[in-house]
Design a protein around this ligand. Structure first.
Ligand code: AMP
Ligand code: MG
Length: 414
């Protein structure tokens, strides 16, 4: 067997999932165009620059507690300490005070700690007498003070280019002083489903017709702030019509994702049409189940991913290969989901040859605390309702033919 390829009982050679993914990533050139946006408009976008802090974090010494700032050198021997309280410092105050030496300062969380104070006492640890506090535990120098720059100094790294700006990234950018950020422009994506049998949900079905589900799966998968999506609905298996839509999509998009029509039937027009309009096809067959007919290719700057028509195959091939190609194309520094270990709750028998992503349900935990997997029907590539009832996909390596109950498998949880 050639390196990285597998046979599926036929003479045709297939690329392994890993090799297909490697090739897919190698043809998905990241965007280079960027735009600068106010931070509020950058939510969910892809950062296009490494960001360093513009300020020290925190910017000044400040109190981590509501209580009293003291100078530990002013304290006597104990066991009980008493200090007059002179002055008050709240968050937002400038830090100036006129408390004489030997006195405490009433202070609140986030307020600047003036340089002549070196510890903060929690108010719960003090008794407040008339204009003075009394406490019995000697504070340590530095106690409950957040020091300037202890989190990060000016120029300290905040975020790397390629991250998706989510809530945590927004917080980091805001605290680091970024009013505007440089992000990649939105990725222009066009989708359409191929198939003369497809009808939109809600319309009546005629003989031989089915509802288009892939369109809705893709709409849900591609709902991202960094995507500018054009939805061309469904296109019947008419070569002239398909060619027109595919050509237009290639001329206006960074990425085109279609479903159906990539296999070897007479009505599978996409591979030929893509070549006819000048596209270069990179991969046609991948040794994966479900989904071996998947194609991707390039035409000028447009990247084309042709997913299989069977709804489960379309979903799985998108999750395993397509989504990663898209992420790279959009400039994302994206790492694939890491599978978790799980155990089979029942024995497995199947035909070896293709790496399989089998829909499974999680049935509690094993004695070692790992999820126990119940396998869903072995023939499932068109059974989309089953996918909605699954908890994840178990990864069955290509060479596996049977496995006993209790055997470990990797699980990609939904
Ligand atoms: P194809 O890959 O075009 O040969 O389609 C394989 C199977 O998937 C056929 O049974 C199609 O009817 C079905 N199919 C194709 N596209 C869709 C779609 N958008 N929604 C639901 N089923 C589809
Ligand atoms: Mg079709």
């Amino acid at each position: 067997m050639a390196d990285g390829c597998a046979c599926d009982g036929h003479a045709q050679m297939y690329l392994s999932v890993d090799d297909a993914l490697k090739r897919g990533l190698s043809v998905a050139d990241p965007l280079v165009d960027t735009e600068t946006l106010p931070l509020t408009q950058a939510i969910g976008r892809v950062l296009a620059e490494d960001c360093k802090s513009k300020v020290d974090m925190p910017a000044f010494d400040n109190s981590a507690m509501d209580g009293y700032a003291v100078c530990t050198r002013d304290l006597g021997e104990g066991p009980v300490f008493q200090l007059p309280v002179a002055g008050r410092m709240a968050a937002g105050d400038c830090g100036d005070h006129d408390a004489p030496e030997g006195s405490a300062l009433r202070i609140f969380t986030g307020a600047p700690v003036p340089p002549d104070f070196d510890a903060v006492l929690m108010q719960e640890d003090c008794d407040f007498l008339i204009n003075c506090i009394q406490f019995s535990r000697r504070p340590k120098p530095g106690q409950h003070i957040r020091r300037a720059g202890e989190d990060l100094c000016v120029g300290g790294p905040i975020l790397r280019r390629g991250c998706e700006i989510g809530p945590r990234e927004m917080a980091a950018l805001a605290s680091a002083g970024y009013g505007r950020v440089v992000v990649y422009r939105k990725l222009k994506v066009t989708i359409f489903s191929t198939g003369s049998e497809l009808r939109q949900p809600g319309d009546p079905l005629g003989p031989g017709q089915i509802y288009n589900s892939n369109r809705y799966t893709l709409l849900a998968l591609l709902q991202k702030p960094w995507i500018d999506l054009t939805d061309r609905g469904s296109v019947e298996d008419d070569p002239a019509r398909l060619e027109k839509v595919l050509r237009e999509a290639c001329e206006t998009s960074d990425l085109i994702v279609t479903t159906g029509g990539v296999s070897v039937g007479d009505e599978d027009h996409m591979p030929r049409l893509f070549t006819e309009i000048g596209g270069e096809t990179d991969v046609m067959k991948v040794a994966m189940k479900p989904g071996k007919p998947i194609m991707f290719g390039r035409r000028a700057s447009a990247l084309y991913i042709g997913l299989p028509g069977n709804p489960v195959s379309a979903y799985v091939t998108w999750q395993i290969i397509g989504s990663q190609m898209m992420a790279r194309r959009a400039g994302l520094d994206h790492s694939p989901q890491i599978p978790v270990q799980a155990v089979l709750a029942e024995p497995l028998r199947r035909r070896a040859g293709r790496q399989e992503y089998r829909p499974v349900q999680v049935d509690g935990n094993s004695s070692s605390g790992l999820p126990r997997l119940r396998l869903m029907a072995p023939s499932y590539s068109g059974r989309v309702a089953l996918l909605a009832q699954a908890d994840g996909l178990a990864i069955i390596p290509a060479e596996v033919e049977e496995l006993p109950e209790g055997h470990m498998l990797e699980l990609l949880r939904f």
